[in-house]
Design a binder for this molecule. Structure first.
Ligand code: SF4
Length: 431
């Protein structure tokens, strides 16, 4: 169980603040707009939130309706939000490049999250790049074709996805790779790290399964296992830019580590993940863990260690060593944003939700401006008020920088203000 860090929120115990705050009011403008342009997709992944299908819904927003929303977002002025066009597979919309181009001309930062299908070609990606998209993301849920394709239940998906990732990097996109963390995929994380670093992706995002949509068929980790994966992620963040999705307690863990607290793993998972990483990156390192089993193993798995050039010929085939492909600067500091506060989701039919994983509707862009809905929705305003959260999240000393996943709370209790069931932390007030 993580040790409590009394007084840490005062900031006095921290050498550096390991998270970033937005420089504007999260209740006035979103930082990130996730937009499910369509539910159509040629894949049928078993964890799909959107329960996608191969055909387009006739009730999808039209091109004109989409551009109206982009106009409203642009009217916010700087800093304008990042707009991520997702799905389904956004390539199923023939107007995708036009939408990207329109948003770019409005000075919106446009990103696209396609599926790993035959539509993710160099030609189609290049068209998006020309239209002004600067970032793309793809999902990789296994370190090999066998593991990825069996998780997604789509033969050939792995090769298509990895090829599309490499093309995207070659075209100058910032590449984010998303990985769904479940009991079925967790042992793949070290291998995926190696793959992601070799592509190389600019950011690795671990999405902690919310049991909704087809995701109900998968097995989530226990709260203690989630904690151990986040401890692993904190170590890996020294060598690879990472983020967590639907697990905001990662920020609490980073603060506790920065304050020098001894973060003891709760399960064997952490040690196994770290061992597997070091087996894959076999440099002349000391032992992967100290005798206490503490998570403080940074002296062995550090940027200075993984970042070394290998001498056993295991390079990437293009002259770069594995170490050279890995980030060597300061760890990326996660932003303090969450479902409905800083982040908002638009469905293919125009519904506005706090998150794609929190199925509560705040309004519809067919009826109102996205900006008005974002600012005035009672639901979104409740989600922005951590003092109104229930259970441990409501009394937690970290609630203002974490707050728990509102989507995880809703999936577990049917109440988006309930405590996050995936966090094992016991706040000081509950002691
Ligand atoms: S109890 Fe809630 S607010 Fe506190 S660290 Fe855990 S998820 Fe975050």
């Amino acid at each position: 169980m993580p040790t409590h860090a009394p007084g840490v929120m005062s900031g006095t115990a921290l050498k550096a603040v390991p998270y970033r705050q937005l420089h504007f009011d999260r209740g006035v403008r979103p930082f990130l707009v996730l937009w499910e342009l369509t539910r159509a997709c040629d894949l049928a992944c078993i964890h799909c939130r959107a329960e996608s299908r191969s055909w387009r819904d006739p009730d999808e927003l039209s091109t004109v309706e989409v551009t109206k929303v982009l106009d409203d977002l642009a009217a916010l002025g700087a800093p304008r939000p990042i707009v991520v066009l997702t799905g389904g597979d956004p390539f199923k919309r023939p107007d995708l490049a036009d939408i990207v181009s329109y948003g770019t001309k409005l000075s919106l930062r446009m990103a696209v999250s396609p599926s790993g299908t035959p539509l993710a070609t160099r030609r189609n990606l290049a068209e998006l790049r020309l239209a002004g998209a600067t970032a793309v993301s793809f999902s990789i849920d296994g370190a090999s074709a066998e593991s990825h394709d069996s998780f997604r239940k789509v033969p050939g998906s792995f090769d298509l996805t990895v090829n599309a990732c490499r093309e995207a990097v070659d075209l100058g996109f910032h590449l984010q790779v998303n990985t769904t963390v479940t009991s079925e995929t967790v042992d793949q994380l070290p291998g995926i790290l190696r793959l992601v670093s070799s592509i190389p992706a600019g950011l690795w995002s671990l999405f902690f399964l919310v049991p909704t949509g087809r995701g109900r068929l998968l097995t989530p980790l226990s709260a203690e296992q989630v904690e151990d994966v986040l401890l692993f992620l904190a170590e890996i963040s020294k060598v690879m830019p990472v983020k967590s999705t639907e697990a905001p307690q990662f920020r609490r863990i980073l603060v506790q580590r920065e304050a020098g607290y001894n973060m003891v793993p709760s399960t064997p998972l952490y040690a196994q993940l770290m061992k597997d990483v070091e087996d894959m990156f076999p440099f002349d390192t000391p032992s992967h863990a100290d005798n206490s089993g503490s998570a403080s193993i940074s002296s062995s798995t550090s940027a200075g260690t993984l970042g070394r050039t290998r001498s056993d010929g295991d390079n990437l085939g293009d002259g770069r060593s594995l170490g050279e492909s890995i980030h060597s600067g300061p760890a990326r500091r996660p932003l303090v944003v969450g479902d409905g506060y800083g982040v908002v989701f638009i469905s293919h039919t125009g519904e506005v939700l706090p998150s794609g994983f929190l199925p509560m509707v705040a309004g519809n862009v067919k009826d109102s401006s996205i900006v008005d809905i974002y600012r005035e929705s009672e639901l979104l305003n409740l989600l922005r008020s951590p003092s109104g959260y229930g259970g441990r999240c409501g009394i937690c000393e970290y609630r203002d920088i974490c707050g728990g996943s509102r989507a995880q709370a809703f999936a577990a209790y049917g109440d988006p203000l309930a405590e996050d069931p995936n966090c094992p932390f016991h706040p000081a007030q509950s002691a």
